[in-house]
Design a binder for this molecule. Structure first.
Ligand SMILES: *[C@@H]1O[C@H](CO)[C@@H](O)[C@H](O)[C@H]1NC(C)=O
Ligand SMILES: *[C@@H]1O[C@H](CO)[C@@H](O)[C@H](O)[C@H]1NC(C)=O
Ligand SMILES: *[C@@H]1O[C@H](CO)[C@@H](O)[C@H](O)[C@H]1NC(C)=O
Ligand SMILES: *[C@@H]1O[C@H](CO)[C@@H](O)[C@H](O)[C@H]1NC(C)=O
Ligand SMILES: *[C@@H]1O[C@H](CO)[C@@H](O)[C@H](O)[C@H]1NC(C)=O
Length: 325
């Protein structure tokens, strides 16, 4: 596994001071399913919303749960809006990237880091009487790739994802594993062809990776928000187009955007919306490198986490569009 491209990622994300009153906790209670031993950190704000939503925020390569906690605004925003934040911690000590390559992590209920994270969601739902219809994931870089992995393999658990500087679901899939006896060699493999943008394929081929992740699933599909810098030197901008192809094909949308809005939310960033009901939106950020600035407020709005009143989350699971597949 080549860790040098990923190494770059770790040092780029600056940490911000956190000011909230509550503090992050390390949860040591045993989980039902955590085969790869992912670390579990949880932020519970002092004032929880009734039936609180859950946000999962996986860290980047060479980062940690505590880095994600300190380096994003989500804990501060949780104080304001009353949602829970799960910060999983990668067990892959060599590079602290997520396992995005093994057959286990890429398949529903089969194991790997993704299953451990889903088990944390289960624990948190039960312990805090949280809302199972409002579980979300967001992250940057390896955290974005884990976001796509969770949304792709566990569409029954997550209602939406927001991925900054990521790649398509399954893009780091280890090469044909048919004859591999030592499956730990397939864990946490850096996908060079993917990262450099050499791996391009049809929308259908990308979508079949997602469909194979959970065969037989015909239910509701989470909505997806994507961001990528055109000058990304770690995960080439080409992969952004592949991501858009994939989720459009998964959702059954045309590859032609329904609207394109320049300079949103920042000058030089272009927002493209695909399909119906704002189910897929993709932002390309001109001149931005891998070290993209996360737009926490925009992601919060995407999840409807800042919404107050009775008309929130009408798009979500259990809402009027329940049957969306
Ligand atoms: C989470 O809980 C559901 C329902 O209780 C159960 O079917 C599923 O196996 C659990 N998943 C994990 C990863 O523990
Ligand atoms: C796996 O091994 C079998 C039998 O040796 C061989 O025919 C097949 O080509 C191998 N598959 C791969 C992907 O290497
Ligand atoms: C299996 O592969 C892992 C990772 O490549 C390696 O650390 C381990 O020693 C291997 N185990 C055996 C029994 O070869
Ligand atoms: C992305 O890949 C293209 C095609 O190989 C290349 O021209 C471009 O310079 C790469 N972008 C970056 C930022 O390295
Ligand atoms: C995000 O929204 C909060 C209000 O909820 C505001 O105080 C803050 O300035 C906003 N941040 C950005 C970067 O727009």
């Amino acid at each position: 596994m080549a860790i040098s491209p990923a190494l770059k990622v770790g040092v780029l994300f600056a940490l911000l001071a956190s000011t909230q009153a509550a503090t992050i906790q390390k949860i040591t209670a045993p989980l039902d399913n955590n085969p790869s031993n992912v670390g579990f950190y949880l932020y519970v704000p002092d004032k929880l919303a009734p039936s609180p939503p859950i946000l999962v925020n996986p860290h980047w390569c060479h980062g940690s749960a505590l880095d994600a906690y300190k380096g994003t605004q989500y804990a501060t925003l949780a104080d304001k809006h009353g949602f829970l934040v799960i910060y999983p911690d990668s067990p892959n000590t060599a590079d602290k990237c997520w396992d995005l390559s093994s057959p286990a992590t890429l398949h529903h209920g089969k194991g790997g880091d993704s299953l451990g994270i889903v088990s944390m969601v289960n624990y948190t739902l039960a312990k805090y009487n949280a809302d199972k219809g409002r579980v979300f994931a967001t992250g940057v870089s390896s955290g974005a790739m884990m976001t796509s992995t969770l949304v792709g393999a566990y569409p029954d658990v997550f209602a939406a994802g927001s991925a900054y500087s990521g790649v398509p679901f399954g893009c780091f899939k280890a090469a044909d594993s048919t004859n591999v006896t030592n499956t730990s060699s397939l864990v946490d493999v850096w996908g060079d062809a993917c990262a450099t943008g050499r791996l391009t394929q049809s929308p259908e081929a990308w979508a079949s990776l997602v469909k194979d992740a959970y065969t037989g699933y015909t239910g509701w599909r989470p909505k997806m928000q994507l961001f990528h810098g055109t000058a990304d030197e770690v995960l080439n901008f080409t992969v952004f187009g592949e991501e858009v192809k994939q989720w459009n094909a998964v959702l059954g949308f045309s590859q032609t955007p329904t609207t394109v809005t320049p300079d949103t939310p920042l000058p030089g960033w272009t927002k493209s919306v695909y399909g119906t009901d704002d189910w897929l939106e993709a932002y390309s950020a001109a001149g931005v490198t891998h070290n993209i600035q996360q737009q926490e407020n925009l992601t919060l709005a995407w999840f409807d986490l800042a919404c107050t009143g009775t008309d929130c989350f009408r798009w979500g699971k259990g809402g009027p569009w329940k049957a969306k597949a």
